[in-house]
Design a binder for this molecule. Structure first.
Ligand SMILES: Cc1cc2nc3c(=O)[nH]c(=O)nc-3n(C[C@H](O)[C@H](O)[C@H](O)COP(=O)(O)OP(=O)(O)OC[C@H]3O[C@@H](n4cnc5c(N)ncnc54)[C@H](O)[C@@H]3O)c2cc1C
Length: 421
């Protein structure tokens, strides 16, 4: 036992916890539990000091303080092409599930779900770490190991709320077999760090699939949005953030059976002010440490014509390429190549992550906050990015905070900005 080793408490104290849950999933003593901080509307790890031996594992697997993408990416993927926004990559594609229901009910093209069910049916995996909303508490996510096609399909669609997917590494470590894991870029970062420390975890995981993520939102976002449209969060029996075609809609089923459907465009911007603070300091939109990333194919030709939905795919390992190839050749998915420039042009938030990040980092530093340290290439912000960073945080705190003055100031500033020629 080394009494000097840092624990996850240091990360939480510095405001750098991503809430990914890896520490809780990796702790051999079960000394950590992911608990919802109701005031902040997010998960934070809670440490049981009596169980903790200060072994330091929780700190070592934590992506919160930052990450050396350069050496990790190099050792994982070797000498393959690299792009500032995507990290290392082998191929870029666009596609969707062949099964019409899976496509219709997925977030974009149902591609993640189709690849998982294909891998399961082919015996390539014994299950997958995926996330569903809890049937008993429908606003709360539940990462779990799905072992049947039905369970994988039921866990499709995006959850725009905090998810501690890494906490489900515990049951995965305790299971025999090989698995796929699906998560946001921060989940995959934690999993990769955990794999470095726990070789037995690495042996269990066959595919690491990241869904792209520009930002994630606190539980307060959904709760206040629901109240705003006259639905008490406690009255919700079932909620789906996306699905029903592309780009999809939120389905809210109130107890008693009344359904309300809200298009993505109508609720998504209302969640923005509730962006989790740590997400604003993240550099990784595409899940650069995953074997395969999927996201919404906001490609102009598809946006106007394809209401059924498509996902883009980025591969980084030969095994991921092989999975795609097999799934396409057996018609589980439909796939075509997508030019790198076309993919990047459709993902405007890549700029937010790679160019504007340094401006937000600076703003956090000058206001005395800790920032993560990333060893990777970021581009230099342009002058306007600094003003943008200020506006971004002002808008966030004004709209999400309780300060009526701040809120009023923000609306005045927005009006004035609109009036400008
Ligand atoms: C918070 C958030 C932000 C996103 N931002 C972007 C973006 O900026 N640009 C973009 O192109 N795409 C973004 N996405 C990804 C996009 O919404 C789709 O997930 C992606 O296109 C894959 O769609 P699909 O139909 O292929 O996947 P599906 O077949 O619908 O499967 C999705 C899989 O992801 C898992 N999952 C869903 N939500 C979460 C979560 N929060 N944490 C862990 N696992 C989860 C599900 O359990 C399921 O296995 C975001 C998703 C989330 C949750």
């Amino acid at each position: 036992m080394n009494s000097k080793r840092s624990t996850i408490k240091h990360v939480v104290k510095r405001g750098l916890c991503t809430g990914c849950g890896t520490c809780a999933g990796a702790c051999p003593r079960e000394a950590l539990t992911m608990v919802v901080d109701r005031k902040k509307g997010r998960y934070l790890p809670q440490l049981d000091e009596y169980k903790c031996t200060r072994c330091g594992l929780c700190y070592d697997v934590c992506p919160g303080p930052g990450l050396d993408f350069e050496s990790l990416g190099g050792s994982l993927f070797g000498d393959v092409p690299e792009h500032l926004a995507l990290g290392k990559y082998l191929g870029t594609y666009v596609g969707h599930a062949t099964d019409k229901k899976v496509r219709h009910n997925g977030a974009s093209g149902g591609l993640v779900t189709a690849l998982l069910t294909f891998a399961l049916e082919e015996g390539l995996i014994d299950g997958a770490l995926v996330t569903r909303l809890r049937p008993d508490r429908p606003l709360e996510p539940e990462p779990f190991i799905a072992r049947t096609k039905e369970e994988i399909v039921a866990a499709a669609r995006s959850k725009y709320c905090p998810v501690a997917a890494g906490a489900a590494l515990k049951p995965l470590l305790e299971s025999a077999g090989r698995f796929a894991v699906v998560g946001l870029p921060c989940h995959i970062q934690g999993i990769r760090l955990a794999e470095r420390r726990l070789p037995e975890l690495s042996e269990r995981i066959r595919y690491r699939i990241s869904i792209a993520c520009s930002l994630d939102y606190s539980f307060l976002g959904t709760e206040r949005f629901l109240r705003g449209i006259g639905i008490a969060p406690e009255a919700v029996e079932m909620l789906e953030y996306r699905g029903r075609g592309w780009p999809g809609s939120m389905l809210i089923r109130a107890r008693g059976g009344t359904d309300t459907i809200v298009p993505l465009a109508d609720y998504y911007s209302r969640l923005r002010p509730y962006t989790l603070g740590r997400c604003t300091l993240c550099s990784d939109m595409f899940g650069e440490l995953s074997d395969l990333s999927c996201g919404d194919a906001w490609v102009p030709e598809l946006v106007n014509t394809d209401k059924a939905g498509s996902s883009f795919v980025v591969t980084r390992t030969p095994e991921a390429e092989e999975l795609l190839e097999q799934a396409a050749s057996q018609e589980a998915v439909q796939l075509s190549e997508l030019g790198l420039e076309e993919l990047l042009a459709s993902q405007k938030h890549a700029v937010f992550k790679k160019r504007k990040l340094k401006a937000r980092m600076l703003l956090n530093r000058v206001t005395g906050r800790s920032v993560p340290h990333y060893r990777q290439r970021l581009s230099e912000p342009i002058q306007g990015d600094y003003l943008d960073a200020l506006k971004f945080y002002l808008a966030r705190s004004a709209l999400a905070g309780d300060s009526a003055i701040l809120r009023a100031l923000f609306h005045v500033a927005r009006r004035l900005a609109r009036k400008k020629p």
